[in-house]
Ligand binder design. Structure first.
Ligand code: PEP
Length: 267
């Protein structure tokens, strides 16, 4: 029998069996010692009892040290990117097997900054998700529309293309650990957050797409995170939405106290 969690806030009831995930993307911030200090502080603030998964994704150079530092804590480790080959002459790249050996459980794939500055395409994203799946890394697959695309009413067609191409060729069995992060590009690092209705509308759309392609059981189990200027003061209302199962947090994840405020959302 499924374990059903019931959350409620301000009279809103939320019933599903998806465990919330709050993920912190530290981007290109913090060297090894700084990352370890922040991870330990966060672990202490969060304590051990939990019904929310929490992941932090420091830069590659800090992964192994942070992995050691958080072993006894409730925190999980993630990477911000990977390359799809197992090993080889690929200067500057990091393989999925290397991430696993550094202690990673999750990997962020297709972040808009990677698409914008490093030429990632739906095709490379698809290969990266495949590599993550093959190595039992949980992919956090990022999708989202630009401001121009939203203004021209292209949000759903853009998301449709990103999801269809990114997940091309997968069976439902391969996608059991998939996590999708809806990150409207116009909301990342800008202080602009999607309204709860905008977030719910897109999350609902994404879940319906998953249902069409992979059936109801998988669609109901996949966690869909919202990302884009999430802060302690807007997380609770976002989390109250039926199809919002957590958050991918950039700027506000860098400070342990602020991030802990997000993890301790109230619904
Ligand atoms: C992100 O980088 O994934 C992100 C959502 O950033 P921020 O929270 O700073 O908007």
């Amino acid at each position: 029998m499924l374990h059903v969690q019931t959350f409620s806030t301000k009279g809103i009831k939320k019933m599903n069996d998806r465990r919330p995930l709050i993920a912190g993307n530290w981007k290109m911030f913090k060297n090894g010692p700084e990352a370890v200090a922040a991870a330990i502080k966060l672990a202490n603030l969060l304590g051990k009892n939990h019904d929310v998964d929490v992941m932090i994704a420091p830069p590659f150079t800090a992964l192994a040290q942070v992995s050691d530092a958080i072993k006894e804590s409730r925190l999980s480790l993630g990477a911000q990117n990977l390359f799809w080959e197992f090993e080889g002459a690929y200067t500057g790249e990091i393989s999925p097997a290397m991430l696993v050996s550094a202690g990673c459980e999750y990997v962020i794939i297709g972040h808009s900054e990677r698409r914008q500055y490093f030429g990632e395409t739906d095709d490379t994203v698809n290969r990266k998700i495949s590599a993550a799946v093959d190595h039992d890394l949980k992919p956090i697959f990022c999708v989202g529309e630009s401001e121009k695309e939203r203004e021209s009413n292209a949000t759903f067609s853009v998301l449709d293309k990103q999801v269809t191409s990114g997940l091309k060729g997968f069976s439902s069995n391969q996608l059991k650990a998939l996590i999708i992060a809806y990150e409207p590009v116009w909301a990342i690092g800008t202080g602009k957050t999607a309204t709860t209705d905008q977030a719910q509308e897109v999350h609902r759309f994404l879940r319906a797409m998953l249902e069409n392609s992979y059936g109801n059981t998988l669609a109901k189990s996949i966690r869909i995170l919202y990302g884009g200027s999430v802060k302690p003061d807007n997380i609770s209302e976002l989390m109250a939405m039926d199809d919002v199962d957590g958050a991918l947090v950039g700027g506000a994840s860098l400070d342990p106290e602020t991030f802990s405020g997000i993890v301790h959302f109230q619904i």
